[in-house]
Design a protein around this ligand. Structure first.
Ligand SMILES: Nc1nc2c(ncn2[C@@H]2O[C@H](COP(=O)(O)OP(=O)(O)OP(=O)(O)O)[C@@H](O)[C@H]2O)c(=O)[nH]1
Ligand SMILES: [Mg+2]
Length: 455
């Protein structure tokens, strides 16, 4: 018997997963660095609630994967044990998912409450979606609105299941590590001081440009505002949170902000400006718009401009006819991408990013990818940030983001922003400053290229 799959089947055959390797990888990508072990397979163990509970109770976090006759693969995750307690379960981490092409798209609960009822019945999510309904190969939507889903998108309105599987989800104890770091970095106080010194003394190659303008663009919640806060914190010598950051369904940042940064409380202005934007959303007409980005890049959008997702920025007529000078334009675009969400990125969002890249390319502006939340993505890194460049998992995420966005691996810079910390931390600082230094260098290449023409 296959020990990994536990219980004997009625047919005494090894119980094998229906998931293809690529699909398994994609689902693991939704959950971080985890392993999936098949606990229950309805076609073998039976569609009855009792068969499900016999194998899935008290197993910790689980992922349910259902398949229907129309070829849809969909299901849900819960981080709380099944225990037939009769309780309503609060679970902030629960989500439903459905493969859209090769990518599993996830849908979070509208609130963390009533993630499911933990009763003796069949598995349910939000008392809305019931799997193995009536102990039959069926999925049933009760019409409850815990999750905003479209059953058409999720399972093509085909309620007949061909299979239903439940996997135990465990943090992978084995984070494979590289023998040699795949990028060299010095994690010392001297290196931090050196980086700060280089940044302070940076002089853009074009003399008319006194400050390099860097704009951060990326999906909602990726860590754009936090990157500004983190850099500001390093130079202030304490944790600051000038830009509002946090999480919400839509972008927390709603205004275009240009932040000059001071070298200490009474210090001089540093030679760069970080521009913060509203988050990108996959739907058109929501989040930051590509036309707005175009106006930002060309230096037309003023500080504190409030974005309007339904109508793009209208430049002042006289101003629009006159192109902005080089010092007002953007010199470096930073795509901010959450390391834990890379595999999750929908085709639509990827397309949006591709069209933004096309625009930026056509203007010849320098581009960099900032891969945030490396701490959340890999347990090894969470324990010790210095293991970042030996973590095979982070390396694979850097490669994935590079291929999804079509930028060279060398342009992907992993960082951990300050999020809950109360004090600065050397390793964090070194990474953040390394990224900033690289942005200044890239911007210089761009300025060197266009400067003599426009200066
Ligand atoms: N653990 C961890 N959390 C982070 C990191 N970066 C950002 N966060 C958290 O992620 C959440 C979203 O961060 P924000 O900086 O508000 O993201 P944003 O890109 O500005 O989002 P919008 O303005 O909503 O588009 C906040 O709760 C941050 O504390 C990181 O590197 N590690
Ligand atoms: Mg923000």
């Amino acid at each position: 018997m296959n020990s990994a799959f536990g219980a004997p089947s009625p047919h005494n055959a090894a119980v094998t997963s229906n998931l293809a390797e690529e699909q398994r990888k994609q689902l693991c990508g939704l959950l971080g660095n985890v392993e999936l072990t098949l606990l229950y397979k309805a076609s073998v163990h039976g569609y009855q609630a009792s068969a499900f509970h016999q194998r899935c109770d008290r197993q910790g976090p689980t992922l349910l994967v259902a398949y229907n006759h129309s070829g849809y693969i969909f299901g849900g995750y819960t981080s709380v044990d099944y225990a037939q307690s009769g309780q309503y379960i609060t679970d902030q981490d629960t989500f439903l998912f459905s493969f859209q092409g090769k990518i599993p798209v996830s849908i979070k609960l509208n609130s963390g409450y009533n993630a499911r009822i933990d009763d003796t019945g069949v598995p349910n999510f939000g008392q809305q979606l019931y799997f193995c309904y009536n102990n039959q190969p069926l999925v049933y939507n009760s019409g409850n609105s815990a999750f905003s889903i479209s059953t058409g998108t999720m399972y093509g309105n085909d309620t007949q299941l061909s299979e239903c599987e439940v996997y135990k989800v465990e943090q992978s104890s084995e984070v494979s590590t590289e023998e040699k770091p795949w990028r060299n970095i010095l994690w010392t106080a001297e290196r931090k001081d050196k980086l700060m010194e280089m940044i302070r003394n940076h002089k853009p190659v074009v003399t008319s440009v006194s400050r390099v303008r860097i704009v951060m663009i990326g999906p909602v919640g990726a860590g754009k505002s936090s990157f500004f806060n983190s850099i500001n914190s390093i130079f202030m010598g304490r944790i600051t949170s000038k830009a509002m950051s946090g999480s919400a369904g839509t972008s927390v940042t709603t205004q275009f902000r240009t932040y000059p940064i001071k070298d200490g409380r009474e210090g001089k202005l540093l030679p760069f400006v970080l521009c913060d934007t509203m988050g990108l959303e996959e739907q058109s007409g929501a989040g930051l718009d590509i036309e707005d980005i175009s106006s930002i890049l060309q230096g037309h959008v003023p500080d504190r401009y409030k974005f309007n997702p339904t109508a793009p920025f209208q430049p002042h007529e006289q101003k629009a006819s006159k192109p902005a000078s080089l010092k007002e334009k953007i010199h470096c675009v930073v795509y901010v991408i959450d390391a834990t969400k890379i595999s999750l990125m929908s085709d639509k969002l990827q397309e949006k990013l591709a069209s933004i890249r096309k625009k930026v390319n056509s203007l010849g502006i320098a581009q960099i990818v900032l891969m945030t939340k490396v701490d959340e993505a890999c347990p090894l890194v969470e324990k010790d940030l210095q293991s970042l460049y030996v973590s095979s998992y982070i390396k694979s995420k850097v490669q994935e983001v590079s291929s999804r966005l079509g930028v060279p691996v060398s342009c992907v810079l992993p960082v951990k922003n300050y999020s809950q910390e109360l004090e600065l931390e050397l390793n964090c600082d070194v990474l953040l400053l390394t990224a900033l230094q690289q942005m200044l260098n890239f911007a210089d290449d761009y300025l060197d290229d266009v400067g003599p023409v426009e200066d």
